[in-house]
Design a protein around this ligand. Structure first.
Ligand code: 7RM
Length: 661
């Protein structure tokens, strides 16, 4: 890792914006970028207020842009009223966008369904009217547990239309994770599907909802709506559970939006932290939508003729800001994809880009790395075998993109002509925080470059003092910004403690390390500084996985660490002490390891399954009983331990844990 970071710091390839790109760009050239930053620096609140007035349609204009009287519980535009769904759909009616394609949906099997903005509006209204007929309205919470689909977007938009706060749970999460979220958010409504289809396989969803209910704690739920994706037979509780088509049948395609305060929560999205259970990150309506939309214009330079494709699932924040809200608010045509990049083979993305003439493509480094590997063994899936000439801009999100992958993406997917926006942001930030603007920022592979105008990002030491360029520190945001997290659902204290530690006197703590280039001031993210892993761009708390492991009857103790992985960025390695005897032969170890991996899959979801499980009679501990995770990280990487281990209670254990059975 140290080597990797050093190589980033000496990276000297620079890719200025192509001239014809810069000429037509929303932010054209660094002068314009610096001018925007200067406006924000001069009048931070006024800057955002101006864009809020220009970009959003207000039912009632706001008179006060920022209320910081109860920091860090900031309020933006809060006496203004608007509706997020009206800002995504109704605003386009009566304009040329009304009959433009909003969503091109491609199923796992390759069938294509498209809807125009008018049709999407009508579908959202019908569904919203159905929800209304069941008595749902402003302030209720809905869990959405749906596959990537037009229906997923419709469900989110319909909730927004009525002021219902949605909480989308990724379809890859287990029944247990679903139950915890239903309970924590106090949902009265669950919207799900019979099954989801990915990679040629049907995976049950409704049965997971049934299982979640059977675990208890879901008594707040009054109704379950089931979208019949495959038509598989699923159990339906009479009176409580109805199908999507029953709900929308006979409903009107006009549903007046419920105007809410800009501070009304639009959604709660659960994300992993360093301790305890996942946190329900609460976002606002106005400030969130503003930044989602503005980044469509500035980061993605969206034009009316673009075909935008963000490959993220709606279960993640990227699928909120850059599938469900941002592209629609901007009136874009976007691709929504049900399946996976490797099915029917690893050329799926390239075929889809060619088929739908995608011009802006936004995906994760882990997908790029997996596809690099795939096309090395099967040349027929190499991107250069396909007509990708429609592309004009590429994007990356979720984890650092290593310069090799960046170069490959640039050369082979972008044909050397498309800028790459390496966008750094988080569930908590709502939208892009450090990112190139493609018509302005000269690109350096492996760097997310410079702050989004109006977001005051800095690298500081533990007490908030700014680090000189070239010296690493922690990434903070010094001023509130409109799309920032408002609180953690049900846990305002945890919100304060996690993001606004007293030592940083009011700065937002992102949880990432960063360093700025000595000459350019460009940011490079050096990774999480807490116990959060990034596996395939998915955030996983090590404590969360440890809790799942020790909940298994075989396990006495467990410690989980990350190890660098070529494809997934980080891989999960679990060190486990069993209650019974330690397995000493490979077959026995493999059997228990499989059992534990499957267990974690059931407790959290398949994405949390450890890649490797090692067994020991004990774990390396200090004399005060603290597990030395630092040493476990070294062991997990297969590196030699160079540090002094004399303070360990039980140094002999290290040899045992080094063994790979
Ligand atoms: C959007 C998203 C957030 C964490 C964040 C970082 C890492 C995301 C980049 C990145 C380096 C990037 N939300 N991260 N983007 N690291 N360069 N461009 O991913 O809440 O799920 O994760 O992801 O560690 O803190 S998230």
């Amino acid at each position: 890792m140290a080597g990797a970071i050093e190589s980033l710091l000496v990276e000297d390839r620079i890719f200025p914006p192509p001239q014809d790109f810069a000429r037509q760009a929303a932010v054209s050239g660094m002068d314009q970028y610096h001018a925007l930053c200067a406006q924000a620096a001069e009048d931070h609140v006024g800057f955002w207020a101006r864009h809020a007035r220009e970009q959003l349609q207000w039912h009632k204009p706001f008179t006060r842009a920022l209320d910081d009287s109860n920091a860090p519980f900031y309020k933006w535009f809060d006496d203004g009223e608007l509706n997020a769904s009206a800002n995504c759909l109704d605003r386009h009616l009566g304009t040329p966008t009304e009959n433009k394609t909003a969503i091109i949906f491609e199923s796992d099997g390759g069938e294509v369904t498209s809807v125009t903005y008018r049709e999407l509006h009508d579908r959202v209204c019908r569904f919203a009217n159905g929800l209304k007929s069941l008595g749902y309205g402003k302030g209720d919470r809905a869990i959405i547990y749906l596959p990537m689909s037009i229906e997923g977007v419709v469900a989110m938009q319909a909730c927004a239309r009525l002021g219902i706060i949605h909480s989308v749970v990724f379809g890859g999460f287990s029944a247990k994770s679903l139950q915890e979220r239903i309970h924590d958010v106090g949902a009265s409504l669950v919207i799900t599907a019979d099954e989801q289809v990915r990679g040629g396989k049907s995976i049950p969803l409704k049965p997971a909802v049934d299982e979640a209910f059977a675990m208890g704690g879901c008594d707040t739920v009054r109704k379950v709506i089931v979208y019949q994706r495959t038509g598989a037979a699923v159990s339906m509780v009479e009176g409580r559970e109805i199908t999507w088509s029953q709900l929308v049948d006979g409903q009107s395609s006009e549903c007046p939006p419920e105007y809410v305060s800009a501070e009304h929560p639009l959604f709660v999205l659960y994300t992993s932290g360093s301790t305890g259970k996942p946190k329900g990150v609460q976002h606002s309506t106005g400030g969130y939508l503003l930044h989602a939309l503005l980044s469509m214009r500035w980061t993605f330079d969206l034009k009316p003729t673009d075909v935008f494709w963000c490959t993220a699932d709606i279960g993640w924040v990227t699928g909120h800001s850059y599938v469900a809200y941002g592209p629609l608010a901007a009136g874009a045509t976007q691709v929504v994809f049900e399946g996976v990049p490797s099915y029917p083979d690893s050329s799926r993305f390239w075929r889809m880009i060619a088929r739908h003439k995608v011009s802006i493509f936004y995906t994760a480094p882990t997908a790029i790395r997996a596809l690099i590997k795939a096309c090395e063994s099967d040349r027929a899936t190499h991107p250069t075998q396909f007509d990708l000439s429609s592309l004009r801009l590429l994007g990356s999100v979720g984890e650092p993109i290593n310069p090799e992958a960046w170069m490959w993406y640039h050369t082979n997917v972008g044909g050397g002509r498309c800028p790459i926006v390496d966008t750094f942001w988080q569930t908590e930030t709502g939208a892009h925080v450090v990112t190139p603007l493609p018509g302005a920022t000269p690109l350096v592979p492996g760097s997310c470059t410079l702050p989004f105008p109006g977001v005051d990002v800095a690298v500081v030491d533990e007490t908030g003092g700014e680090m000189p360029n070239g010296q690493g520190g922690i990434l903070v945001i010094r001023k509130p910004w409109p799309a920032m997290i408002r609180t953690i659902w049900n846990d305002p204290n945890r919100f304060k403690q996690s993001y606004f530690p007293p030592e940083l006197h009011g700065f937002y703590l992102a949880g990432d390390g960063a360093v700025r280039n000595k000459q350019t001031g460009y940011f490079t993210i050096t990774g999480r500084i807490d116990d959060v892993l990034n596996v395939s761009g998915h955030r996983m708390g090590t404590m969360e996985i440890e809790s799942a492991l020790v909940a298994n009857k075989l396990v006495a103790e467990a410690a989980v660490v990350g190890r660098p992985d070529d494809v997934t960025g980080e891989a999960i390695v679990a060190f486990v002490v069993l209650k019974g005897v330690r397995p000493t032969d490979a077959a026995a170890a493999a059997k228990v390891a499989k059992e534990l991996r499957d267990w974690v899959g059931k407790e959290i979801g398949p994405i949390a399954k450890p890649k490797e499980v090692r067994f020991g009679d004990n774990l390396p501990k200090t004399r005060s009983g603290k597990i030395m995770r630092r040493l476990l990280r070294v062991i997990a990487r297969g590196e030699d331990i160079t540090q002094d281990v004399s303070t360990l209670e039980n140094p002999a254990i290290l040899e045992q844990l080094k063994q790979v059975l």
